[in-house]
Design a protein around this ligand. Sequence first.
Ligand code: FAD
Ligand code: FES
Length: 572
Amino acid sequence: MSDLVQISFEGEPISARAGESVAAALTAHGIRGLRTTRSDADRGLFCGMGVCQDCLVEIDGAPNRRACMTSVAPAMTIRRQHHGHNGTGAVDPLPPAAIDDLPVLRPELLVIGAGPGGLSAAIAARKAGVEVLVVDERRLPGGQYFKPVAVQGDDVMPPDAQHREGLALVRQAIDAGVVIRSGVTVWGAFKAAAPAAASDGALEFVASAEKAGTMRIVPGAAIIATGAFERAWPVPGWQLPGVMTTGAAQTLWLTARRLPGRRVLIAGNGPLNLQLAAELSGGGAEVVAVIEAAPRPTHDLAAVAAMASASPALVAQGLRYHWQRLRRGVPMLYDHVVHGIAQTADGLRVTLQAASGDGAPRVLETDVLCLGHGFDPSNELLRALGCRHDHDPVQNRLVPRRDADGRTSVAGVYALGDCTGLGGARVAMADGVLAGFAAAADLGHAIGPALARERQAAAAAGNRHRRFQQALWQVYGAPPLNIAEVSDDTMICRCEEVCFGAARAALADGHIQAGSVKRATRIGMGPCQGRYCRPLLEALITDRCGTMPDEFSGFAPRPPVKPVLIRDLAGR
Ligand SMILES: Cc1cc2nc3c(=O)[nH]c(=O)nc-3n(C[C@H](O)[C@H](O)[C@H](O)COP(=O)(O)OP(=O)(O)OC[C@H]3O[C@@H](n4cnc5c(N)ncnc54)[C@H](O)[C@@H]3O)c2cc1C
Ligand code: FES
């Protein structure tokens, strides 16, 4: 049996697995509504990665704790968080600190993000002799691709090959002498035009950790590897408890071996949905169906062949997922998307429609709906530092300007992995090696012949995996969200509960910039800080006014780029 800890939710005792998140424990007990909004609507686990803030609960009297990012602890008392209620217990106060009293860390190289990309960069730089500090807000290193299993016991499915590869990468980093600090959220990034004193760096970051409080980090150079979060698919009902991202469901399974529900419907675009179907059906869930927005892969056999030539192993893995799905009788419906979601007495009723919009809708019943429509980059720190970006009109996202080794337009700042555009874990790892060596060389460390060969091999691997990704997304090519057809009663801003109708009315009133719509409607003012609504609002503005987004449109990146406890700011 796994180690159990006793916690309570709304006064009812619950057994949780030691090491799992509060969200995993509550989900395992069928608890979906975690907080209520201003309009008294229920919200629950949505992103599962600390971004949406829909899982905020009160823990031991303290409000605003993200259930997805907080581990269970013995005797923890958890309550649903009601809008406007600020907790019942005394919060452990930290002594107020003036900015000059904050502890200052001065690593030679700071890496933000302990995913495959950040860890690979840290290892490369360390091999060249750099003193490296890696920080990550998650409880354990590994990022999204290498999320480790956080629970143990003979009733828990053991780590799989992906887990083991991640553990080996973390071990390699630690053995190389990289310092990894988990549970540290970087929420401020600043660039001095001219440092006031020689001991001041040109770059400065501010971060907070649960017990250590707030700290300043003044590195010689910084590698930003902050990954991505899942893109919104706005349809009526996408804010209901039980609707979550594919990544959230996968995190429950990969880290805590918990299923998001008994019946699970998975919909969206891309191979991650298929992987989740294989994982959850293998774990005992009834996967109702996988709904894929792209047409059947046979529509582009040339792209399938290009994928196979770039990475036969990844194609074989994809075929294995398909085989597992077929063997377990999970149907797959191509060329369809979710069109609406309604709550029923015992779950969700999901309406599907052909991606073209033609034909009669279909309806499926499920407990949980997982939506996975690709990713948007977590580029707030890069933007806050003033790194130049270009808009990619095909993917509708910003891409930082970088040279082949990951150097951004700001001296001493390097970027790689999913925060620069979605290339997947293999591209992130290859680019990590290049950026790690580039940072080392720029910091004055020699890159000897052995490391130069390693660099060359990483460049070749990166190019190969980029070719794979290009062919993959050709195979998975799907029509983009037709923003003009999203109904007025669909929520655009989940946090502030503002619908598309209000956004369109503001545009019609002459508010044609995101900031102006924000002030008129409150879109983007909530705790997710515009991560989900901003791209939708920009698409609406493009649709109405024809103006394409650029690096200065949207909402300005301001500290704190991630929500931070007021007690961590109080002394400032
Ligand atoms: C939710 C999700 C699930 C995914 N699942 C799969 C999968 O099953 N299979 C697959 O092939 N690909 C998957 N992907 C894609 C794949 O994980 C990525 O391509 C790969 O992990 C990218 O590596 P990375 O190092 O760039 O970023 P990530 O692995 O995303 O790592 C970024 C890290 O940065 C940290 N971070 C971000 N902001 C801050 C901050 N301000 N302060 C401190 N730390 C910060 C995050 O906590 C995270 O650990 C998933 C992506 C996401 C977002
Ligand atoms: S589900 Fe926890 S922050 Fe999104």
